[in-house]
Design a protein around this ligand. Structure first.
Ligand SMILES: Nc1nc2c(ncn2[C@@H]2O[C@H](COP(=O)(O)OP(=O)(O)OP(=O)(O)O)[C@@H](O)[C@H]2O)c(=O)[nH]1
Ligand SMILES: [Mg+2]
Length: 708
């Protein structure tokens, strides 16, 4: 491969709903350009960017994949992203590493949840986007309908530039509004060979209608062109391309194309469009405002080859027999094969041995890579996703990619108890590879909790765990960390006396218990006067009570928020010792706590749901069926004060009712609502809930005893 500089590089993220044909399109683009020798297929498991075992087995993308095409003297880096929202993290990373996005829409199913979600990701980053209606060869393909949906649901600024000639089984080519030519594909051609002809008469009327619309839209973005247009002048191809290119950077135009990736039809025009309309790798410097941190001050990073080297790792994939492969985007400077760089995020030097570019799973070693390019390297010592690589002389840290929050939580257990340690190590590695997969240990329930973007995300992660680390594990519903507390005062005695042959044991204490406010924990108040219990034994009573409190009384959960007053007791000058007084404390707890109206406390989360207004009713209704308490709603406005069609709903909901809430919310709102949650505190559980927990816990206790 020849050496490319940023002005000849385009970095494009391919986004869209699941199964819209993104992976197939990336394969077609690389193949038609000649950069990839065979036309792979998702169905056969040979697509360029779906090469992991998990992807081949399931037939959809899980990891982002990098490929490239060389076209019109430019190198197009293509980042294929997964469409399923469970793997949104990789779509976000792909968009972050690119300078523009190509949003793929299925010609028969139209705009779907993932289309909307991923289009929004690209818009959020202020990158130019163009749409491609794919699968024009399929039954029920309907370009006009999809165009209408994009206009209505995504952006009114969409404008067709390439329209289909025929559809479904009669789809035979594309009409290009710029060149005013038709590409009619040769029947049976595998590589998308076509004849370039004048617009066939049967399409003339449609062509004229779309042409008029496009030229008016383009003219309206540029004062000079508009003037010329209004005076009846002609707007040539080059002028139209130039104006559209600039308008795209300002997000004033989103062009629309159509293709069939499977038949390689319309694909050449997409390649040319990427080169002609998308910004080169230097152009988005201003929009992305490359600023990084050096120590505690901010430094500007300029997109050129002469500056110091700065790159960001946007993806890590651990591959069998290879180890971790880090994919990075270079923002400034150049780097040579075998060169040393400095990981400023972690503070150590890394050597870039076998510096490569990747065409799917094939990696080709290159002598040098320049600013704006995307490269990869295997086996870095200690570098992870979101780390910045720079130089020792100028150790810069770039702002990190903001990954979506992981809200679906499940407990994980190794199927074989002996594998518990391997499980922990494996889960840590998987987190390094995928920041949206997280884990933590809940000391209260003694469970390892994994969180991700969806159930499927967690299932796939466990499949990886089995393949890579040989550990089989299961996912279960996490245990809820209930607690207990007291609702009334009470007092009584704990007396421990044992006489067995030699030296006896004796400890005796009198205590008063009283409830405390939520969150106050445990307070021990020593009121002993006159030495009825010697000073040295008092902490032992305290310890005994605390030990007993951890095991609770209602259903075996820790008892909290209560005060203990130790006000009297007695001792024996020979038989009393610390152990005896600790026992006395335990006995006092057992005697007094049950008299103080003990109750079950349940943990509550405060959640904030961002819901589309047309689903507000469903979301609110569902929250109340989950025993949610609505705190308030806030209409979301944009910067001009106009409504956005979204409302924040704030509510307090018991954790026990939030199991897999993210999935329900997604299906209830076609994936348009999102939510965040944070722990709020504990409240008394309603009677029926407490009864259920007590019954459940009793059963578990029995099982534990039988198993022991
Ligand atoms: N008929 C027809 N089928 C297509 C075309 N493009 C893709 N397909 C098929 O549609 C299915 C989905 O294609 P993919 O390329 O995997 O879609 P994707 O958008 O990458 O899907 P995710 O990775 O799940 O987001 C596959 O079975 C493809 O063979 C096309 O142009 N025409
Ligand atoms: Mg895919």
């Amino acid at each position: 491969m020849r050496e490319y500089h940023g002005s000849d590089i385009r970095n494009i993220a391919v986004v869209g709903h699941g199964a819209s044909g993104k992976t197939s399109l990336v394969d077609a683009l690389a193949f038609v350009s000649g950069a990839s020798k065979r036309h792979g297929s998702v169905k056969d498991g040979t697509a360029l960017t779906d090469y992991s075992d998990e992807e081949i087995e399931r037939g959809f993308s899980i990891n982002l994949g990098c490929a490239y095409a060389e076209w019109m003297n430019a190198k197009i880096n293509l980042i294929d992203t997964p469409g399923f929202l469970d793997f949104l993290g990789d779509a976000v990373a792909g968009v972050a590493a690119a300078d523009g996005a190509l949003c793929v829409v299925n010609a028969s199913s139209g705009v779907e949840v993932g289309t909307e979600r991923e289009f929004r990701e690209a818009v959020k980053r202020k990158d130019p986007v163009f749409f491609v209606v794919n699968m024009m060869d399929k039954e029920h393909a309907d370009f006009d309908r999809v165009y209408g949906q994009i206009k209505q649901k995504l952006t009114a600024k969409v404008i067709p530039v390439q329209i289909p000639a025929g559809r479904g089984s009669t789809f035979q080519g594309v009409l290009n509004l710029y060149s005013k030519k038709a590409h009619i594909y040769k029947k049976g051609s595998k590589a998308g060979q076509y004849d370039e002809v004048d617009i066939p008469v049967e399409y003339k009327a449609t062509f004229d209608k779309y042409y008029q619309e496009m030229i008016e839209t383009v003219a309206a973005t540029d004062d000079k062109l508009l003037e010329r247009y209004l005076e009846g002048g002609e707007i040539g191809r080059d002028d139209a391309v130039q104006a559209m290119r600039e308008a795209m950077k300002r997000m004033e135009i989103f062009p629309l194309f159509c293709v069939s990736s499977e038949l390689n039809m319309g694909v050449q025009a997409v390649l040319s469009t990427i080169v002609e309309l998308m910004p080169n790798a230097f152009e988005m410097e201003e929009t992305h405002a490359f600023k990084g941190a050096e120590g505690d001050h901010t430094v500007e990073i300029h997109a050129n080859d002469n500056g110091p080297f700065v790159a960001e790792v946007f993806k890590t994939i651990s591959e069998p027999h290879v180890g971790d492969v880090s994919y990075f985007r270079i923002y400034s400077g150049s780097v040579t094969n075998g060169g040393e760089v400095y990981n400023a995020t972690r503070g150590h030097v890394e050597k870039l041995n076998h510096l490569s570019v990747s065409q799917g799973k094939e990696r080709t070693e290159v002598p040098v890579l320049h600013a704006g390019d995307i490269g990869c390297v295997a086996k870095l010592r200690n570098t992870h996703t979101n780390d910045t690589l720079s130089t020792k002389e100028r150790p810069v840290r770039l702002p990190q990619i903001e990954f979506p929050e992981s809200l679906v939580q499940l407990a994980v257990h190794a199927s074989n108890r002996a594998d518990e340690e391997k499980l922990q190590a494996g889960l840590h590695k998987l987190h390094d590879e995928d920041p949206t997969f997280q884990m933590h240990f809940n000391p209260e329930t003694h469970e390892t909790i994994v969180s991700g973007l969806g159930e499927r995300h967690l299932e796939v992660t466990l499949t990886k765990l089995r393949r890579k680390f040989g550990v089989t594990a299961e996912l279960t519903r996490p245990k809820i960390a209930y607690r207990e507390t007291l609702k009334a005062k009470g007092d009584g005695q704990g007396r421990h006396k044992k006489q067995s042959g030699g030296r006896g044991q004796f400890g005796d204490c009198w205590v008063r218990f009283a409830p405390l406010a939520r969150g106050k924990g445990y307070v021990f108040d020593d009121q002993i006067v006159g030495g009825s219990i010697p000073r040295g034994f008092i902490p032992a009573v305290d310890r005994g009570i605390q030990e007993a409190a951890v095991r609770g009384i209602v259903a075996g959960f820790p008892l909290v928020d209560f005060k203990v007053e130790l006000y009297d007791g007695s001792y024996h000058s020979v038989d009393s010792n610390e152990m005896s007084f600790k026992m006395a404390g335990i006995l006092a707890f057992k005697a007094v706590a049950p008299k103080c109206r003990p109750v079950l406390l349940e943990p509550l989360d405060e959640i904030d749901v961002l819901s589309p207004d047309d689903h507000m009713g469903d979301v609110l209704g569902d929250l109340s069926s989950r025993r949610g308490h609505i705190l308030g709603t806030d209409i979301v406005e944009d910067s001009t004060g106009a409504t956005t069609g979204y409302t924040h709903i704030r509510a307090i909901v018991p954790q026990a009712e939030l199991h897999l809430y993210a999935s329900t919310l997604q299906s209830m709102t076609q994936g348009r609502a999102t939510y965040t949650r944070k722990f709020k505190g504990y409240e008394e559980a309603p009677h029926d809930v407490a009864q259920k927990v007590v019954a459940e816990h009793g059963k578990q206790r029995e099982e534990e005893l039988v198993g022991a």
